[in-house]
Design a protein around this ligand. Structure first.
Ligand SMILES: NC(=O)c1ccc[n+]([C@@H]2O[C@H](COP(=O)([O-])OP(=O)(O)OC[C@H]3O[C@@H](n4cnc5c(N)ncnc54)[C@H](O)[C@@H]3O)[C@@H](O)[C@H]2O)c1
Length: 408
């Protein structure tokens, strides 16, 4: 039997997921919700939605849809709203999917308090929370998790993760911000934001950390213990950064597995070192970087065997996205097959949209915990919050809070 799902937030990003959720074979009923009625209408009026969408399942607010009997809600509202909305959804008895990040607020302590409440709500209600982190389902992340499961990295020694997104890049952040603030919920935030500025609480790019930290954390299956971070302050009085202490932040983390991780979150940078949203992971036996897997020679296929004494060049394997991706179930691929392009419509961000949708729907339909559960999500968020706190204290070495591994 299929599950019923409500899509909350059908703005620029949310609408990119609507058809994937609607066409997933395990979704039997779908509801639509946005405070902006035209954003609901865009899908509600479509002929090809009539098999799973009924007009009584159109909602004008989160409060209204929480009163429904739906199994789960997918929350793709603005980033300053996520965590309290997810808690509200679970308090109303629904599993919940959240767009990233877990939340972005200028006040790091408020964010950590919400991490705590989110974990407590999952524990108490037994309902599932999933963070929709796109990097987690980039092809390279899937490949590296498989390699890590085989033990092919050996011991992890070092990783880098980065999100370089210049304010004036082709996906212009000034336009994105203006669009997110140009709605009923956006206008409320413009007012609320002033309170933080009056209190002298300034944010920073590390408060949106999941694209850069999730790769190293999910592949190494380790969490951060300590951090030292530094910030670069905007120098030309750009009003875009008026509520931020820094436009760029760089952090070095000591991890629970003994590895060191370097993270960059940059919003003011020309070009970028490599892909704007990527990671590199180096182990004693195998390393991943820039679509390449590099492996040291070893005597046999058993990773526990010592390295050979005879020097041999490391082997390098170049990989395509198709080689790195995990397979999707054939019936799901069939439902998403785009005949005009003669390929599966994986969606944006490295094709991760399809995997995020499938993981959430499949986990809820089968009563299992989703891959990017709340204990994983708070690890990403806490790294960013602790890094920003360290940068504000000129690199002071600070502990990174952790909520432990999931129960069971
Ligand atoms: N790679 C990624 O993972 C990625 C990329 C882009 C955006 N995002 C995330 O997606 C989120 C949404 O971004 P966007 O550009 O679509 O924003 P948007 O402003 O275009 O859309 C948000 C929508 O949520 C609705 N909304 C807010 N509160 C609501 C409520 N209480 N009830 C019903 N509807 C409500 C708004 O009316 C709006 O239509 C952001 O949080 C962003 O962080 C993630």
């Amino acid at each position: 039997m299929g599950i019923s799902i409500g899509l909350v937030g059908l703005g620029n990003f949310g609408r990119a997921f609507a058809d994937l959720f609607k066409r997933h074979p395990l979704v039997s009923r779908i509801a639509l919700c946005d405070r902006e009625p035209d954003r609901v209408k865009r899908f509600a009026d479509r002929e090809d939605w009539k098999d799973k969408f009924h007009p009584r399942d159109a909602y004008a607010s989160l409060d209204e849809i929480c009163e429904s009997d739906l199994d789960a809600l997918v929350i793709i509202t603005q980033h300053w709203l996520h965590a309290p909305q997810c808690i509200q959804a679970m308090e109303s008895g629904k599993h919940v999917y959240s767009a990233v990040p877990l939340i972005t607020l200028p006040d790091g302590d408020e964010t950590l308090d919400l991490c705590d409440k989110l974990v407590e709500t999952c524990r108490r209600t037994g309902l599932h929370y999933m963070l929709g982190e796109t990097t987690y389902y980039h092809p390279e992340a899937m490949f590296c998790r498989r390699k890590a499961a085989e033990g092919a990295f050996g011991d992890f020694v070092y990783a880098e993760g980065e999100y370089f997104h210049d304010v004036d890049s082709s996906c212009n952040l000034r336009g994105v911000q203006a669009s997110r603030e140009n709605s009923a919920s956006g206008k409320e935030w413009v007012e609320r934001k002033k309170e933080y500025i009056e209190r002298g609480v300034l944010s920073g790019p590390m408060h949106y950390p999941s694209h850069s930290v999730s790769g190293p954390v999910c592949v190494m299956n380790a969490h951060a213990l300590k951090v030292t971070a530094y910030g670069y302050r905007n120098r030309n009085g750009d009003s875009f950064f008026a509520d931020s202490a820094f436009s760029n932040e760089t952090a070095l983390f000591e991890m629970s597995n003994g590895a060191t991780v370097r993270i960059c979150e940059f919003r003011e940078v020309a070009g970028s070192i490599a892909a704007s949203e990527t990671f590199r992971i180096l182990g004693t036996r195998g390393s991943y970087m820039e679509n390449q897997w590099k492996e040291n020679f070893r005597n046999g296929p058993d990773p526990s065997e010592p390295l050979g004494n005879t020097a041999k060049p490391a082997q390098t394997m170049r990989l395509t996205p198709e080689e790195m991706r995990d397979p999707l179930p054939p019936e799901v691929e069939k439902a998403w097959y785009d005949t005009s392009r003669e390929s599966v419509a994986y969606g944006g961000h490295g094709g991760s949209h399809a995997y995020l949708v499938h993981e959430f729907v499949d986990s809820i339909a089968n009563g299992r915990r989703p891959a990017i559960h709340v204990w994983e999500a708070v690890r990403y968020m806490a790294m960013g919050v602790a890094a920003h706190k360290s940068a504000l204290k000129d690199g002071e070495r600070l502990p990174v809070p952790d909520w432990g591994d999931p129960p069971g």
